[in-house]
Design a binder for this molecule. Sequence first.
Ligand code: TEU
Length: 595
Amino acid sequence: MPHPETWWKDAVVYQIYPVSFLDSNGDGFGDLNGITSKLDYLQDLGVNVVWLSPIYKSPLADMGYDISDYRDIDPRYGTLDDWDKLLAGLHGRHMKLMMDLVVNHTSDEHAWFEQSKSAKENPKRDWYIWRPPKYDVDGNRRPPNNWKAQFQGSAWEYDETTDEYYLHLYHTKQPDLNWENPDVRQAVWELMRFWLDRGCDGFRMDVINLISKVEGLPDAPITIPEDEYQDATEFYANGPRVHEFLQEMHSKVLSQYDIITVGETPFTHSASELARYVLPANKELNMVFQFELVDLDSPRTAQRMPFIHRPWKLSEFREIVGRWQTFKRDEGFWNAVFIENHDQGRSVTRWGNDADAWRVLSAKMLAMLEVTLGGTQYVFQGQELGLRNFPRSWGIEEYKDVASQNIYHEILEQRRKRESGGTGEEDSQIDMSDIMDGLQMKARDHGRIPMQWDATGHAGFTTGTPWMRVNDDDYPHWNAALQLDDTSSVRSFWKNALRLRKEHQVLIYGDFQDLDPQNEDVFAYTRTYRGVRAVVALNFTSKDIVFNLPSGEIMPGISPLFGNYPVGNGDVQGNELKLRPYEGTVYLSTPDTAT
Ligand code: TEU
């Protein structure tokens, strides 16, 4: 199938979480100059675009996703001059820079919000979502509706100055902007132009599907009766005006630049719902980060429980992958291929096997999955090293993310009340081990620990005191310096795999077909493009497996392209493909031999 090929389709995007990448001045926080000093490392890996998680001025209530000034760099990360130097360093290497655009909400310390909250008559009052209190039968003041915030508690915060509540879908320090107000939209278009005109090459748009809320902000249905506040995502995810707003963004800003755009679209598993953001005919975004795959190992309950781990099956995993790989390709739907980011546990821990015996092999096998799927490729910092989650032995105090802290303490409080018969007395004996098990697997903190550069103190991340504990058991023997020198390392494998992806367009653009949808052990599929066929087989287990290739013309004329075992590459005899534990293998036909 023909594909209009544009630069962002075959690009490899590397996500940097700046606070944890590299600290150049010893203050314990990663910074822009640290990133600039590692551009050769990124170029060597095969990176084309760097996406920076937010580096704007921020009180860091949600690690920079709470912005108090969109047009300046937080002093922890550096200055606008440092940003210009980083950009020049990237452009000088023919790499590009994508910024994080966080405009569903600002920080409560943003000047807009400070004005908005100062008085009902303030011209910026309507830039945020304010509502008067409700009162219950006993005359107690209550929030305007029962919506629950993503970081627990009510989605409304009372403000005494004007005796009203403001809406915050996330942290209390992240008030939601009122996109209904055209002045807000205008201000967003202007700040986008500010960065584009300064030279940035695109945006990753934070929770962009939440910017339009259902009119009237009605109460959510009660799905968890024992909870005071209820999941209300259906009232704000993909709301009534979101496409109108994005089309306006496209016509006013995006269409005037040659850039990459990716929208983050949580709480939505339906491909048809998300198609509207992506299909070129709609003139909105290039692609979205859909959450269906990374939500697979969460309980399927009315209440979202992203930090509880649910065992998953390969048949479920491949069904999701296959559906998105084949969705509306004829209409130009384009995927963002990712399995890690700063909100996720490490992929080798969640989807592979991070035990010492299997870590290297399964991290490479997952790399093979990523580079053989169609779409724009995203790699998260440390993923190229096969970094794994930090150990179960770490206490809750090592989890710095507000999401982890809030969920832990909310549950602790509930258990205290229950166990002390409602008196709320303290009891240090409360068992929280199940919650710690979940956090060890799923907490956002695992993607946020300092990068493991070398075996020197604090993993070479800082000469000072790191803002977050480094994975001290791991980094002395698991770091970039060691892996750069080792041709059999996960990093060397990623480098080679990204190069092969670039060389073989079938891996980026090919049509996808699952070879055995019910198979719970081996994920095998073909990709076909312009007469070339790739056959991929990935053993997701620690067993030796004989995979029976479907009869027919799958393998003739096909030869091994690459695999993750030091010797050999998937042993094929007739229809039988023998795979060792976590073995992955890719075969490729030449145009002449393809069927
Ligand atoms: O995340 C959106 C989001 O809702 C989830 O990915 C989030 O991790 C989950 O709800 C936790 O339960 C984006 C950012 O990536 C994240 O870091 C921010 O905290 C969030 O938006 C708010 O800006």
